[in-house]
Design a protein around this ligand. Sequence first.
Ligand code: 5GP
Ligand code: ZN
Length: 113
Amino acid sequence: MGSDCLFCRIVAGELPADEVHREPGIIAFKDIHPVAETHVLVIPERHIEDLRQLQEEDAPLWLRLAQVANVVAADLGHEEGYRFYVSVGSAGGQTVPHLHIHVMAGSMRRLPS
Ligand code: 5GP
Ligand code: ZN
């Protein structure tokens, strides 16, 4: 994908992001419009449009994305729990068509629409 995908550009370092975690294949960075005290997006480096594009061979990647969500929440002091959600497609509220997991914790101002 690349240049016309916002999150691919963040992965490539072409756009700044407040990164909280990076490892081979996955990055996590703060949401630019947080709706919770902690609001981080965990994304695969590879361009995957949404959850529906995941294939059998992506099972390890999906597991690791979930584990990184756990790690990020714990690193930011939310061992007690957090909200994990994924919007799927524009009808599901997805505004950036590059798979991402929202990690939200602490006081939440509103639920995302
Ligand atoms: P969605 O609406 O697709 O579930 O989530 C997309 C999220 O990406 C939104 O919460 C939005 O605030 C966030 N976002 C959009 N553009 C940027 C950006 O340039 N940088 C960062 N860090 N977050 C962004
Ligand atoms: Zn992308």
